[in-house]
Write a protein that binds this ligand. Structure first.
Ligand code: DON
Length: 575
């Protein structure tokens, strides 16, 4: 049952509307567990967080499309069928192995702050807004990067015509898709406080004032029209003209938190090809997205910090492993918070952060068995101030392999589940600007990740490709999960490289997270029983549902294997 925003505000006050979007909440809640078999394919593989999207991608691959073509078809489908997590109103990062050139590339399709945004965007007086308030409305919307980024990827690596990649999503938007249990559960829980506002999102997700239920058929003619325009005209249909004007109007006229986005901001958006970042680990190269994502740096640091400890000799998720893993995470999250931000605006000391001597020194500081307590960032004297980016921050990870041997790893997001809840043209706009530090810092001590006009907020998204000992692509993986993405991706990478777990076991492995605050063990798994043992080691321990969504592909002698995280609704299909 949905009660209108105004009625609720009168009875209960804004803060009572959602028990979910608090500082302690995760950006998307856990909604179940369904262990999957591993898929295999001689020529191709597609794995996404949603069956409709995987099927659309598999169809493109079967028609001879490239991994990039398949990813575009999947992303357009996700905009319709997994609208809470990602879509054309958001951004993405992609890491891609180009088999013909034997080259790894990465693409930044991250959202960008409007030019008029100032460091105090989320300040009210001398205090930052509550995260739950910052999320909702026009002021948190960054210029979306998905359409321009995907078009740029297609220009370089597409094989099938751009317009054909939209066919299935447009047809399903017209006919209606079946609402999944996860989407229905997140709606029912009023996961994002903004869902309770009157407006386009409420009208779409709660027709006749009732939240959509699992099994309902929901069409989206507005999205069908938007996708048709983008299919026919390309990005210009999104960043200029009628749709751009609608986006700007919805953002600027938001009834609660008007935003600063202008038509000029939209027209100026540019995706950026950036150097991928690779860190050696046990003879392999673990490669991912550099800044403005903190993903590859932090994942690379965690692995390097653990290399001296021979994880392969430790029991799978054993106490010794969890202790060392948690301590390495502490260090990586401390550095991340202080130094990682958009490199086009601040100096990010990448070479120092990934330097083997620096990491060996810090690894040697890891206590044998006890928790070290809160650790500090390394000192590289750049004069940054303290970071106040939310420790938590919707997001979706996909992996694709085509018959030419190209491999793709792509994480896309609209940030919080249901984004800013501002809906235009049949899709949700992101609230990615909340990935900036809400408090800019004081005087000269400014946070590296403060808001600035034209800047991209720091991300934790970690689309990853692992190259084997011969420099050939071996694995592609990634996950949603807010800033815990780094933990999910590094733990699964270790489980594949060190413990050689089969893919479906690796994606199901009980999760452990530590962000230099407390040890979090996954609820409903055997890890729950280990709480007391870690408290004895001095840890502050919490047990909670952990909401990874890892999709993974592995190259084998016979082609490809793939698997999808049982915590979400994804599937993998080989061809
Ligand atoms: O870019 C980031 O790091 C976040 N906006 C990702 C958010 C996320 O993973 C939400 N997911 N469950």
């Amino acid at each position: 049952m949905r009660i209108g925003f105004k009625a609720l505000a009168l009875c209960c006050g804004f803060t009572a509307m959602s028990a979910v979007a608090t500082e302690e909440a995760e950006p998307e809640a856990a909604t179940g567990f369904a262990l999957q078999k591993m898929a295999s394919g001689t020529n191709t593989m597609a794995a996404t967080a949603n069956p409709y999207a995987t099927k659309a991608a598999a169809k493109i691959l079967a028609r001879g499309g490239s991994a990039v073509d398949a990813a575009i078809a999947a992303q357009m489908m996700l905009t319709l069928t997994e609208p809470q997590s990602s879509g054309i109103g958001g951004g993405f990062f992609m890491v891609y192995w180009d088999a013909s050139k034997q080259q790894l590339v990465s693409l930044d399709g991250r959202e960008t702050a409007p030019m008029a945004a100032q460091p105090d965007l989320f300040m009210r007086g001398d205090k930052p807004m509550r995260f739950a308030d910052a999320v909702v409305g026009g002021h948190s919307v960054g210029v979306p990067g998905v359409v321009a980024g995907m078009y740029a990827a297609h220009q370089r690596y597409g094989k099938l015509p751009w317009s054909t990649l939209f066919d299935d999503a447009i047809a399903l938007a017209q006919q209606g898709f079946i609402v999944s249990p996860r989407l229905a559960a997140l709606l029912d829980r009023e996961f994002n406080p903004g869902l309770n506002r009157d407006g386009a999102a409420a009208d779409y997700f709660a027709p006749e004032d009732e939240w959509l239920q699992a099994g309902d058929r929901r069409d989206n003619p507005e999205l069908a029209a938007t996708l048709t325009a983008i299919a026919e005209q390309g990005p210009v249909a999104f960043y200029q003209g009628k749709l751009a004007k609608q986006i700007v109007a919805a953002v600027q006229q938001d009834p609660d938190h008007p935003g600063l986005l202008t038509e000029a901001d939209l027209a100026a958006y540019q995706p950026k090809w950036r150097e991928p970042l690779c860190q050696p680990y046990r003879g392999k190269q673990v490669c991912g997205m550099g800044p403005p994502s903190s993903g590859a740096v932090a994942v690379g640091q965690i692995l390097s910090l653990l290399e001296p400890f021979a994880i392969d000799k430790m029991a799978v998720n054993g106490d010794k492993f969890i202790h060392h893993y948690a301590q390495a995470s502490r260090i990586a999250y401390a550095d991340r918070a202080h130094y990682l931000a958009d490199p086009d605006f601040v100096e990010v000391p990448l070479a120092q952060l990934l330097n083997q001597d620096y990491l060996a020194k810090r690894s040697a500081e890891i206590p044998v068995a006890k928790d070290a307590g809160k650790v500090s960032h390394g000192e590289f004297n750049l004069g940054h101030g303290a970071d106040a980016t939310a420790a938590l921050p919707s997001t979706s990870h996909m992996v694709m392999a085509d018959k030419e041997g190209n491999l793709l790893s792509l994480t896309a997001s609209i940030e919080m589940g249901f984004g800013s809840t501002v809906m235009v043209g049949g899709f949700l706009l992101n609230n990615e600007l909340t990935d900036f530090s809400r408090h800019p810092g004081k005087g000269k001590q400014l946070a590296a990740n403060r808001v600035e006009g034209g800047k991209r907020p720091r991300s934790s998204m970690a689309p990853t490709i692992v190259l084997d000992d011969n420099g050939q692509p071996l694995l592609a993986l990634g996950s949603p999960g807010g800033s815990r993405i780094i933990n999910y991706v590094s733990q699964v990478t270790l489980s594949l490289l060190d413990w050689q777990l089969p893919l479906n076991q690796a994606v199901a492995l009980p999760r452990v997270s530590h962000r230099n605050d407390y040890l979090l063990l996954e609820q409903g798994t055997e890890l729950e029983q280990r709480k007391a043992a870690f408290e004895l080691r001095g840890y502050k321990v919490k047990v909670a549902p952990l909401n990874s969504g890892v999709q993974v592909i592995k190259r084998t002698d016979n082609g490809w294997q793939g698997a999808a995280d049982p915590r979400r609704e994804g599937i993998a299909i080989g061809g």
